[in-house]
Design a protein around this ligand. Sequence first.
Ligand code: CDP
Length: 209
Amino acid sequence: MIIAIDGPAASGKGTLARKLAAHYRLPHLDTGLLYRGTASAMAAAGKPLDDAQAAATLARALDPATLDEAALRGRPMGEAASVVAAHPQVRAALLDLQRAFAARPGGAVLDGRDIGTVICPDADVKLFVTASAEERALRRTRELVGRGEDADPAAILEDIRRRDERDSGRSAAPLVRAADAVLLDTTALDVERSFEAALAIVEAARRRA
Ligand code: CDP
């Protein structure tokens, strides 16, 4: 079974993806880390983020097994990731890796922005997870504070709005709900409730299959 989970920044898609993967004992790929890893490699190589060719070359050379999630999850890398992610060459460079992950025997859970639309258009289940920008900013603030980072809630709300705009407005694989994705609005749901709702959606899809 392939479960495709898309949604905007801090919507809870990563947490849901991890919990669903654990529940069904499926491998999980956080595809945002690939774009964050590409942005980080660009910084290390001293390349400007608008150098699409350099970004594609570094994206192709990424080894997902060596990505340092703790270092990549910080706020600046999310912003830089959304800039490199808008280059079609970068998206093309990361396509095979993501499709190969999804094609593992038994299936997989992938979360990102274009999983249900581009990477796995034939996924067994597609979820589009969302929440209000204000609630997502609160969650991201709590997450960063929890990791000991400075977090100004107003600046984070700004970040989220800017990133929503860039991710939804780009021409290469924009963030958009696939026609056959089930919408899950988690604004008023805590982690457990969101998980129960996601599980119900997956189970309904399994019954239909
Ligand atoms: O956790 P959060 O949603 O803040 O970020 P993320 O999922 O790690 O993604 C960081 C950035 O990478 C996003 O703002 C997107 O621009 C980009 N991204 C993408 O374009 N396609 C994906 N499949 C995953 C992430």
